[in-house]
Design a protein around this ligand. Structure first.
Ligand SMILES: *Cc1c(COP(=O)(O)O)cnc(C)c1O
Length: 420
């Protein structure tokens, strides 16, 4: 199995999965995609331990790759937390927030970290991962790479712009993870990272762990295969899956799962007030733009980076229209939905998950087979959620443990040399 850039459709520069994972972004600026999507193994057992199940789904993507025989070890170590399907009266919720930082990004970040560790140890190489973050990604990456051999992490976050609990998740690590509070904006943090990447003194020892890395995409495909098979096993019908989306990496995993043959009736995107994709589906013109701020802030994306992969999978507008639906949800509707679900079912949703529920409630009937994807634990967004429901959201144990750890970070200016 080989991978090529979305901008190299003749596959003139094909790489193995491991090479693509270590590289991150292709040299031409495109994103790595597989030369073809393999079919699901016929004897896939949805009752196997999740790490074993994940390895079976991923193996065809690593055919001939040096990681092929280690996948079961990697997946068993990376996915050491539950993935429940939670039944509500009106739908089923796929809870992807039971990892160490209580958001679905743990799946991708952990698979990437354990894979990179193995590749680097084999090569006797070391890499430093640089992450600029305004919130969730940095915490998931720091947690995933903490204690991984041959890897160090430097997390940059803007002073005064991250919430208390988020800051805690960025600064509580120590060891091979260092955190830097930058006296500047998120954009300053990002340009420091970009400058370091092009500085010949550091470039060859640096890497990124951002959401376009193939090593984050592939594990996001596995849970859609798993959840749809579980759903069919329990209910006998294929689910429509509604996915809260921003950079569309999570739903790209779902489209790849469907292309493998996972029993999914339809994939529907729920976006916030950032309407780039719904507008495109209506007008046929794809117009990336600046993002606007919303309550579902992990989806505040106006130029979704993984759209290149969607356009690679579906080559014409008609094909996109036939496979992709997307609806935009306003902040008012997010608030209303969090309140309504809590009043009706006593279930607490984060603002991102509420976007999916709003789309379900307005576009589907209660008895339709709909699976909502829950991307984060509501306790991560306590300041939004608690006033709406008039109750406090209990912290999951994993987050509570992190809150107990001491902060450790350096305050720096906007010169990237201070990182080294
Ligand atoms: C990152 C994130 C999303 C958006 O996922 P994409 O892959 O960027 O579409 C949704 N919800 C939460 C909680 C997130 O952290």
């Amino acid at each position: 199995m080989k991978y090529h850039s979305t901008r190299d459709r003749e596959a003139r520069h094909a790489l193995t999965a491991s090479e693509a994972i270590l590289k991150g972004l292709a040299e031409d600026g495109g994103l790595f995609v597989p030369e073809s999507i393999p079919a699901l193994p016929p004897d896939l057992d949805v009752d196997a331990p999740y790490g074993v199940f994940a390895a079976r789904v991923l193996e065809p993507f690593f055919e001939g790759d040096e990681l092929h025989d280690s996948l079961e070890d990697i997946c068993s170590a990376a996915f050491d937390f539950p993935i429940p399907l939670h039944d509500l009266d009106s739908s089923t919720v796929l809870e992807l927030f039971h990892g160490p930082t209580s958001a679905f990004k743990d799946f991708g970040a952990r698979f990437l970290a354990f894979s990179m560790e193995r590749l680097l140890v084999q090569r006797d190489r070391r890499l430093c991962i640089l992450v600029a973050t305004s919130g969730d990604t940095g915490g998931a990456v720091a947690s995933a790479f903490w204690k991984r051999r041959n890897l160090t992490v430097k997390v940059l976050f803007p002073k005064g712009r991250v919430a208390y609990r988020q800051k805690k998740q960025l600064t509580c690590w120590g060891g091979n993870v260092s955190s830097y509070e930058v006296d500047g904006s998120f954009d300053d943090c990002q340009s420091m990272v970009k400058s370091a990447f092009v500085d010949p003194q550091y470039a060859s020892s640096l890497s990124s762990a951002n959401s376009i890395n193939l090593g984050r995409l592939l594990p996001q495909m596995v849970y859609y295969v798993y959840a749809s098979m579980r759903y069919v096993k329990e209910k006998g019908r294929r689910p429509v899956i509604i996915i809260p989306s921003g950079n569309v990496g999570n739903c790209t995993g779902a489209y790849w799962a469907a292309a493998m043959g996972a029993p999914i009736a339809r994939i529907v995107l729920a976006v916030n007030a950032n309407r780039t994709i719904p507008d495109y589906l209506e007008s046929g013109r794809y117009e990336p733009r600046a993002s606007v701020r919303t309550l579902a802030n992990a989806m505040d994306v106006g130029a979704p980076s993984n759209m290149e992969r969607i356009f690679d999978l579906f080559r014409t507008f008609d094909e996109v229209k036939a496979n992709v639906s997307a609806w935009s949800v306003s902040d008012d509707h997010i608030r209303e939905t969090i309140r309504a679900v809590y009043d009706r079912e006593g279930y607490i949703m984060c603002p991102h998950t509420a976007c999916a529920e709003y789309v379900r409630a307005t576009r589907f009937a209660d008895r339709d087979d709909v699976m909502l994807v829950s991307t984060a634990h509501p306790a991560k967004f306590d300041t939004v959620v608690e006033p709406l429901i008039g109750a406090s959201v209990p912290l999951p144990q994993a987050l509570a443990d992190l809150m107990e750890r001491p902060n450790d970070y350096k305050s720096i200016g906007v010169d990237y040399h201070e990182l080294f």
